[in-house]
Design a protein around this ligand. Structure first.
Ligand SMILES: [Zn+2]
Length: 265
């Protein structure tokens, strides 16, 4: 007979025990990287007759857990994780942020946060697709806007898009962003969360965690290029940003759960 999945107190207990014994993602460790695990994995899946005993449980980071589950179910992942991010964690596609940050903590980019009390809209799209314009056109007067570019600008006192790419600034900005996301569970406030979010798996994560509506700006790349060239705040970085926009486009996986906006916001 198949065993049922661990839940509630039994799950908490198993997680705590394994966290103490082995805090790192074992697959990351096998690749020579140190990264805390996010999810408990059944080494032999329950649906293949595996049990809930300690010997059959291991902690994996979210990416490795997704990849293993896909493999267990017979899907291929060829060179990238199931969520579309490349297996090579030094690749700039990891949010365009230094690999060390990824290695440092797997839940850094996609933390689990307590459920927000107000309504949250996640606005996704390539650089230059008009995310911040969309938000300012739709937000209520007292709504909170959570945007990494704005956070980095505030932290450094430098103009938006000119804050540099240093690992310290990016980590500080993401830490601040995560703090803001967690604060949504403490007071009732509506929020707009601005995100690149080309991967449907990533958007699904935020939809679930924030109970959010997800809007994707599917703006034509020619139009994006035109806007980036006209945007003085992007001076000196235009070619780089057009490259990012093209990269976003090539990684974009649509999902029927998203609200798609395909004209200029
Ligand atoms: Zn891992």
């Amino acid at each position: 007979m198949l065993q049922t999945r661990l839940r509630g107190r039994a799950l908490t207990k198993a997680r705590k025990l394994i966290r103490q014994e082995q805090p790192l993602c074992l697959h990351c460790k096998a690749e020579g990287k140190l990264r805390a695990w996010d999810e408990l994995d059944h080494i032999k899946p329950l649906e293949h007759g595996g049990g809930n005993d300690r010997r059959n449980l291991q902690g994996l980071c979210r990416a490795h857990h997704l990849a293993k589950t896909a493999k267990d179910r017979g899907y291929s992942t060829q060179g990238c994780r199931v969520d579309g991010t490349p297996l090579d964690s030094s690749h700039h596609w990891h949010g365009g942020v230094h690999a060390d940050a990824v290695i440092r903590d797997g839940s850094f980019f996609r933390p689990w946060v307590p459920p927000p009390l107000g309504e949250v809209v996640v606005v996704c799209g390539a650089p230059g697709s008009g995310k911040s314009t969309y938000v300012s056109n739709h937000k209520g007067k007292d709504d909170l806007v959570i945007d990494l570019d704005v956070i980095a600008s505030k932290l450094t006192g430098r103009p938006i898009h000119q804050t540099g790419d240093s690992k310290q600034i990016q980590e500080a900005a993401i830490t601040e962003r995560n703090k803001l996301l967690r604060s949504l569970s403490k007071r009732k406030i509506n929020a707009w969360f601005v995100l690149g979010g080309p991967s449907s798996v990533e958007r699904e994560h935020w939809r679930r965690v924030l109970h959010a509506k997800v809007v994707v700006l599917e703006v034509d790349i020619k139009e994006i290029e035109r806007r980036i060239r006209q945007d003085a705040t992007r001076a000196g970085r235009m070619d780089e940003m057009i490259g990012w926009a093209k990269s976003w486009r090539s990684r974009y996986t649509p999902s029927s759960s998203d609200t798609v906006v395909d004209r200029a916001p």
